[in-house]
Ligand binder design. Sequence first.
Ligand SMILES: *[C@@H]1O[C@H](CO)[C@@H](O)[C@H](O)[C@H]1NC(C)=O
Length: 382
Amino acid sequence: MRCHWVLLGAVLLLGAIDVTSSYNVWKLARANGNFAFSLYRKVINGAAGENVFFSPFSISTALSMTYAGARGNTANQMSTVLGFRQRRFNVHATFRATLASLNSPQARYKLALANGVFVNTQFSMFPTFTDLLASYYSAGFKSLDFDNDAQRSADYINQWVEQRTNNKIKDIVTADGVQGSPLVLVNTIYFKGDWTRRFNDAESAPFHVSNTNTISVEMMSKTGIFRYAANHHLQCQILELPYDGYRVSMYILLPMATEGLASLESKLTFNAVTSALANLRRRRLSVGIPRFGIDKQLDLIPLLHSMGIVLAFNTAADFGRISSLRPLFVKDVIHKAFITVNETGTEAAAATVVAFYNSLPMKTRGSGTTSQWAQANAAKST
Ligand SMILES: *[C@@H]1O[C@H](CO)[C@@H](O)[C@H](O)[C@H]1NC(C)=O
């Protein structure tokens, strides 16, 4: 069984458009949506037979903060892959508008995003960079001794993440991972919403993984009026499941053919999905979906590298908007995500960590035969 809850992030973003009705917020949603579907295809490549779940918006936000520090080709590669470059708008100001509209403490559901900047006590950054993260990303700053007390620094970051994800995301960094790092950027996102109407208690029912493999799952059910469509371009059925308050929804895309998932995935784009969602109609339906939970960790560097972000991860990176220290490059991009879906609703959380590094370990220093990407990878695994 592989599910499509990956759409959560993109869908949450669409929700933001109603309230701000700003053209730039739409442009950013498009950029993030296109990035989300491209990344989705990379993620499923290495996940045959597994469920996948991640928050593309958490990843976009953490990478956008990283991009704020980049210059030259390092910045160009990032903005191309993140979809900012093609659209010409003020990325950071638009993130501020989007984050402000998504964080809605008054809503009937809970949706909270947070950004943290953890700085080595020995590392000094340009005020232009710290001001940007503080004012556009509402980032909180904390200085930590990554050189001499990596364990305590890692514990501090992990606790910061746990507190903002209702303890659903734990141990996202290790002492080894942050040892000697000048700077660690973190995004968290947390969602909890109840269905507008509860599902009936789950009962065992068959679920078709393929034409020849059927498993038994806990299937929850309800009958009522739903927004729904059979989409012929995507060859799937689409169902909207709104959360209490009717401002955010989960969308389920179910392939028409039992083995139609791969074909559906190959057609998922921001345009295809937004136009499919615009064509939903109210209909009386009996709905059955499995209750489920997914926990997932992703090492994003190989995926982002294959999408075209190359310079940021090696010693030739130019993060000259952060500081004058050289070489300064990204050593780790880690993502963890969690979701549980049951009769009452959904709880989901994710965090993305971007850890910088500023020198190579002795054993790879000066090796002229390996590429810089390989060197950065070696630095990563030591
Ligand atoms: C559904 O999960 C939430 C936690 O996300 C929990 O509080 C709630 O009790 C669960 N509901 C049922 C019916 O199991």
